[in-house]
Design a protein around this ligand. Sequence first.
Ligand code: ZN
Ligand code: ZN
Length: 384
Amino acid sequence: MSYNNYSLKTIRWWNTAFVVGVLALTFTATPLYLWHYGLDWFQVTLFLIFFAATGLSITMGYHRLFSHLSFQAHWPVRLFTLLFGAAAFENSALCWAADHRKHHKFVDHDNDPYNISNGFWHAHIGWILFRVQPETDFSGVKDLRRDPLVMWQHNHYNAIAGLAGLGIPALLGGLWNGWEGALGGFLIAGISRITCVQQMTFCINSLCHTLGRQPYSNRCTARDSGLMALLTFGEGFHNFHHEFQHDYRNGVKPWQFDPTKWSIWLLHQCGLIKELRRVPEGEILKAEVAEQQRQLTLKLRANAIQPSQPMHQMLQAAHDRFQHALADWECRKAAYRLAANQKMRASRERIAELRREFELAKKQLRQAVREWREVCRLAQVQYA
Ligand SMILES: [Zn+2]
Ligand SMILES: [Zn+2]
């Protein structure tokens, strides 16, 4: 551990006992149970259901809903994510969101609770085991303090967490197979699942600020990694997330693995979630092109290379085409939105025509970005 504020005086005994305790039980008691009693389909299913319910409650509920307000949810979704979010034993949603909003506001600096500049282990688990900052301050979550469900979960957090995270798995295991089943439920869908979900979340603060690419910005250490997305219910596209934190998607491209985004979309289709927040596509493409241009310039400068005149012209032309397509897209989008919002004044045919023009401008913008990327790639290969 590289951070030097760790000492016996700063240790958080309860957190340490719990996190280390569940880790130790996961690697001792669970294998012993499996060796002695074996594993049946019921225990595997129970584990998977609790893993998905608690993991998604953290990523969809604690993170994208309560911390970033990236959509609005009806009470059943809020209640479900508060109950199963507590079952992940990562503190109440109010405390979690207070820390997380500080993380975004002060990312990579001293007031960031899981500041990666203090070392990988500090960001991963050190900040939980040691008190290196003053206690959580709630000044950044005044909106959540007005939510009666959030405050109910905050005030009864220990009871809810114990019941939903350990009591129910043990009870269901018991109903299935007596004391042997209850012990299995407690150890597999309870203790071991808590370890998996906790380590998954901790990885977002450590590995997602260490591994991967920075396609949108290098303003902070956050990175995009498809592998991390596989392990974290889609949260691995962390560079996008830090650049556009209020977007309900982290894997913004349609093909990117983001089960949290898909769950939010599904609940939206069922009418349980509304007001999904999305960053306009043009803004996202603008950030990508600016970052590619910055990285190319940096590379050329580092190798003291002046691009040849034809290459310079190709880059300039591709960038100009992109700027032009972006301006055209923005203009067509505004015209279409205006007509669609003032239905009374524009005929149906006129709205349809504006929509077609807007869709065409979108295609041309995407094409311009593809061409820009290709020229960029050529320049990278030529001067590698
Ligand atoms: Zn982060
Ligand atoms: Zn976030």
